[in-house]
Structure formats: structure tokens, C-alpha cells
Design a protein around this ligand. Structure first.
Ligand SMILES: Nc1nc2c(ncn2[C@@H]2O[C@H](COP(=O)(O)OP(=O)(O)OP(=O)(O)O)[C@@H](O)[C@H]2O)c(=O)[nH]1
Ligand SMILES: [Mg+2]
Length: 225
């Protein structure tokens, strides 16, 4: 069975995902505070997760661009909410939001509290936010800081889906085990999408499926008849 079929996507959905992300993508703006967020327009998809988990790399892999989002070996690279627009969702453009990472212990305390506020305020107060992709390192699984964010999203009923990153670093059997234990843990979480995806920005594994998942989301949540 192909990876796409295993993840439950038809060839038509995979193709629609490819098309959605194939066009031009542009930087829209960067916001360091709620006051500087861009006006709400098209549906937004936010990429959240611990520092260094691979949020910016995944946005580049999805959009097929090497340096749309800035990546780095050192944690704490993305320090603002970065907005990119592309694709077409109904009459609007789809917006991808690269978020600062959380759990970066080496940052100054004042910075951590500013980021934490910004991340929470954005996630809980943005009506155009269609889904949060919560990225988790395939090698480590859910950490305490992830659990905190999941709790916040559950309480606020903000839809989220877990995506494992750096799948290239984990053997296939361990990855399968990680996926099934995470799925079991998420069954008790009200705002979680029940399917966990695995991805690698490096090898490209799971990227076509994630694009298809976004298409499916837009059909369910945004382009409703
Ligand atoms: N092996 C492997 N490395 C990856 C993958 N994705 C990202 N990385 C590496 O992980 C590091 C962090 O990637 P980023 O995309 O900058 O991570 P981030 O989550 O945006 O980090 P912050 O902005 O600091 O929160 C970089 O060195 C990437 O090359 C992947 O799929 N596989
Ligand atoms: Mg980043």
C-alpha cells in the first residue's frame, strides 16, 4: 500500500494538495505583538511546537521553497508570528503562520513570557484560524510543554492535529509505534483531530499527505456548501 493510501487519502486528494501548494507563496508580515497582527483575511493554518522541532522547515517543504521561512540549527530562530499567503481557498488566499517555538529554556525569561503570551493570545483569539498543526519531534514524542498547549487548545476548542517531524531520524517500526501510542493518547482530547501524521522536511516523506490533509480541512471547515 502506498503511504498516501495508508494515511487515508485518495489520489485525487493528493493531487488537489499538490495544486493548492504549487503556486506562488509570499511573505505577508511579521508580528511581535497582538497589535501588529495583519488584518484577518483568508483561512489561517498555524504551525506550533517546541523550539527547533522543524516548524519553519515544514513550511518550506509544503510550499516547495527552500527559504520562504527562515530555519536554523539553533533553537529560538523564529521570534515573531510570520504570515505567508498563497494557494486559493474559496475567494481568499490560504495563510500559513510560522510561530515562535516554546520550551526554549535558554532564552531570557522576559522573552519567554512575551512569546508565550503572543502564542496564547493568537491561538485563542483568531477567528480565521482553521487549524493548528502541532509539531512533535518523532524521536521524543509529547513533552510536558506540548501537553500544556494541548490542554489550552482543548479548553478553547481550537482544532488541532499532531504532525510528527524528523521522521527520517526514526526507524520505521519505532515510528509506527509512536504513531499508534499518540493516537491512543489523543482519543481522550476533545479538540484533537484523531489521525496523527508523520513527516520529514528532509526526505519529503508525508509532505504530500499533509498537503492533502489541508485540502480536506478547507473542504470541511472553510468551503462548506
Ligand atoms: N533530520 C531532519 N532535520 C530537520 C527536519 N526538519 C527540520 N530539521 C532541522 O531541525 C533544525 C530546526 O529546524 P527549524 O525549521 O528551524 O525549526 P523551528 O521549529 O522552526 O525552530 P524555531 O523557529 O527555533 O522554533 C534545523 O537544523 C533543520 O535543518 C527533518 O525533517 N529532518
Ligand atoms: Mg522557526
Amino acid at each position: 500500500m502506498s503511504a498516501a493510501a495508508e494515511a487515508g487519502f485518495s489520489a485525487a486528494e493528493i493531487e488537489a494538495g499538490r495544486l493548492l501548494f504549487a503556486g506562488e507563496w509570499n511573505f505577508v508580515s511579521a508580528a511581535a505583538s497582538l497589535a501588529s497582527l495583519p488584518p484577518m483575511a483568508g483561512p489561517e493554518i498555524a504551525f506550533a511546537g517546541r523550539s527547533n522541532v522543524g516548524k519553519s522547515s515544514l513550511i518550506n517543504a509544503l510550499t516547495g521553497r527552500r527559504a520562504l521561512a527562515r530555519t536554523s540549527n539553533t533553537p529560538g530562530r523564529t521570534q515573531e508570528l510570520i504570515f505567508f499567503a498563497g494557494g486559493v481557498a474559496g475567494t481568499e488566499r490560504l495563510v500559513l503562520v510560522d510561530m515562535p517555538g516554546y520550551g526554549y529554556a535558554a532564552a531570557a525569561k522576559s522573552k519567554i513570557s512575551t512569546w508565550t503570551r503572543l502564542i496564547h493570545d493568537y491561538l485563542l483569539g483568531r477567528s480565521t484560524l482553521a487549524r493548528v498543526y502541532l509539531l512533535v519531534d518523532a524521536r521524543h514524542g509529547l513533552m510536558a510543554t506540548d501537553q500544556e498547549i494541548l490542554g489550552t487548545l482543548d479548553r478553547a476548542a481550537v482544532s488541532y492535529q499532531i504532525v510528527l517531524t524528523k521522521a527520517d531520524r526514526v526507524a520505521a517500526a519505532a515510528l509506527a509505534e509512536r504513531l499508534s501510542s499518540l493516537q491512543a493518547a489523543l482519543a481522550r482530547r476533545p479538540a484533537a483531530y484523531p489521525v496523527v501524521l508523520a513527516s520529514s522536511a528532509q526526505s519529503g516523506a508525508g509532505i504530500a499527505e499533509l498537503r492533502a490533509a489541508v485540502v480536506r480541512l478547507l473542504h470541511e471547515r472553510v468551503l462548506k456548501p
